[in-house]
Design a protein around this ligand. Sequence first.
Ligand SMILES: [Zn+2]
Length: 328
Amino acid sequence: MNWISNYVRPKINSLFSRREVPENLWTKCDECGTMLFHRELADNLRVCTNCGHHMHITPRDRFAALFDGGIFTEVSVPKPIDDPLKFRDQKKYPDRLKAAQKAANEAEAMLVAEGEIHRTPVVAACQDFGFMAGSMGMYVGNAIIAAAERAVALKRPLILFSAAGGARMQEGILSLMQMPRTTVAVEMLKDAGLPYVVVLTHPTTGGVTASYAMLGDVHIAEPNALICFAGPRVIEQTIRETLPEGFQRAEYLLDHGMLDRVTPRGEQRDELATILRMLTGEGPIVHGDLPAPEAAEAEALSEAIQAISDEAEGTSPTEDDEKKKPSE
Ligand SMILES: [Zn+2]
């Protein structure tokens, strides 16, 4: 047994202690029950490789996959006043908020960033369902206004990824006031003639669908996303009728004219760039690897040198050329 305790165990321990082991290496798909390895799942943008079920993805991961080279700059959002209603349910609202901040490692339920998609400059905002069910409170309102103001200042289109359980009840009427506030923010973009594209993700419900999530120039949804104002259960109980299959899901809404597109997560990057470039009158996106900035600069430099040497080697300047020079 000596070799086990002296050799094998330390070796195993060192293997595992060398790097941080994620708590859950495997994630079970809610739809088909397949166990998915965390790396494979991350590479596939948290879409089940077996059935195509779109799982929750954090705004940071989404932005890393969306922007060129995963590079983006966060846009700062003004912090609203804390707990104006001194709200308390089972927990005090500030305590609930702190717990959510710790769990999600984010300040609030929306992340705003600027960057480029296929070299198309954009501002993007993404709601985080993992943060208190992505509920729309004062911070989310501030975030959308900050995103719209930034987009107007930079003359860039705005992309918004919505995901919400509705308004944040802990902020009462103040959360409902975010509906007109964000509507005004969208209006700012329209006045500036800038495109506003909404990507509705699972689930987008409540007051969010009664304001900024339904005011886009183009509405794209992720497959099978639940998009509704009142949920199917509430409607079923109210009208006492069985609802059709797939009711209020993305594909159903597309069939009934509520959406423009249903696009899998992996295709959204290309599609968003294409739509935005069409709307802003730019040329189509260029596929394939673009040279790194250093390489491009070096190439430009060598071209300039070549041009100068060509000029020097070329025929001696005629009188006409001499005359042209000062005007150039
Ligand atoms: Zn699955």
